[in-house]
Every structure is written in C-alpha cells, then in structure tokens.
Design a protein around this ligand. Structure first.
Ligand SMILES: Cc1cc2nc3c(=O)[nH]c(=O)nc-3n(C[C@H](O)[C@H](O)[C@H](O)COP(=O)(O)OP(=O)(O)OC[C@H]3O[C@@H](n4cnc5c(N)ncnc54)[C@H](O)[C@@H]3O)c2cc1C
Length: 133
C-alpha cells in the first residue's frame, strides 16, 4: 500500500497497554488460566470455546450425574494455588463441606463444574476484562 498520509487523518488510535491473551478451550485448564489471569493487572482475556455447554467445566465436569464423583479430594481442588481453601469455602457457603471423615471429601464432578462456572463468572464480573465466545 502506498503511504499518502490519509491514514493519519482518521480517528486517533487508542493506545493499549494491556496484555491481551486469547485462550482456546474454556474447559478446566482454559477456565482456570482465565480466572487467574483476570486477577493480574492490565491483562485482557478472550476465552474461546466451541461448545457453549462446556464453558467453564470442560469434558470432565459437565456431567449432571451426582453419582459421578471427583477422584481428588475437594480440599485439593481449589481454583487458586495461593488460596487452597477456596473450594472448601465455596462448598461450605452452600451447606456442603470438605469433611475428610465423611463423604464430603469427594464431591460430585457436577458440583465442581458449577464451582468453576461460578468462579469464572465472579472473576468476569469483578474484573470486567474478559470476553467469552
Ligand atoms: C470423565 C473424566 C473424569 C475426570 N475426573 C477427574 C477428577 O475427578 N479429578 C481430576 O483431577 N481430574 C479428572 N479428570 C481429568 C481432567 O479432565 C483433566 O485434568 C482436565 O479436565 C483437562 O482439562 P483440559 O482443559 O485440558 O480439557 P477439557 O476440560 O476437556 O477442556 C478442553 C475444552 O476445549 C474445547 N475445545 C477443543 N478444541 C477447541 C477448538 N478448536 N476451539 C474451541 N474450543 C475447543 C473443548 O470443547 C473443551 O471444552 C477427568 C477426566 C475425565 C475425561
């Protein structure tokens, strides 16, 4: 393209300082990456998922069958490495728990999917810098 100066006469470009990250796949890994990136300053996240039913939960945690249990204790399934009690607190707020002496140690994969979806929604609402398509 030949430069004739006309491109300088349009609207002034907006300078972006944010780091923009596109994540393909809004399953377990993509969702957790998005949630943790959103907490960083100056990061914009675009989360791309081909199957809307899987957003936030992926293949493993899209089940609605309450008898399908996690094979990892709830106490080890927090979305945040620096807040290991986050999932247990989320469960406790819903009358569930991580009681190791009871069955609560292994909650359903459906419940975990709900946790992931709600945690993603909360991060998007709080930080407002994410898109999901
Ligand atoms: C039945 C089952 C039960 C499991 N139970 C446990 C458990 O209890 N505890 C445990 O720790 N681990 C468990 N796992 C392992 C767990 O699934 C994986 O560790 C984790 O979910 C993998 O996450 P992922 O993001 O790689 O894949 P997924 O969570 O499957 O996410 C991949 C996403 O990418 C999307 N995608 C793929 N290609 C494209 C594309 N081209 N464009 C847009 N989107 C795309 C898919 O639709 C999907 O939503 C289980 C796995 C399975 C299959």
């Amino acid at each position: 393209m030949k430069f004739d100066g006309t491109m300088l006469q349009g609207p002034r470009p907006r300078f972006r300082t944010a780091t923009r990250v596109a994540i393909v796949g809004a399953g377990f890994s993509g969702t957790l990456l998005a949630i943790n990136l959103l907490e960083q300053e100056d990061v914009e996240v675009l989360l791309i998922e081909r199957d809307r039913r899987r957003i936030g939960a992926g293949v493993a945690y899209s089940s609605f069958d309450q008898t399908h249990l996690l094979n990892v204790r709830a106490g080890n399934m927090s979305a945040f490495p620096d807040r290991p009690g986050h999932f247990c607190d989320w469960l406790a707020a819903r009358g569930l728990g991580c009681d190791l002496s009871r069955n609560g140690a292994f909650v359903s994969r459906a419940t975990y999917g709900q946790y992931l979806r709600e945690t993603l929604a909360a991060a998007m609402e709080k930080y407002g810098r994410s898109g999901c398509s």
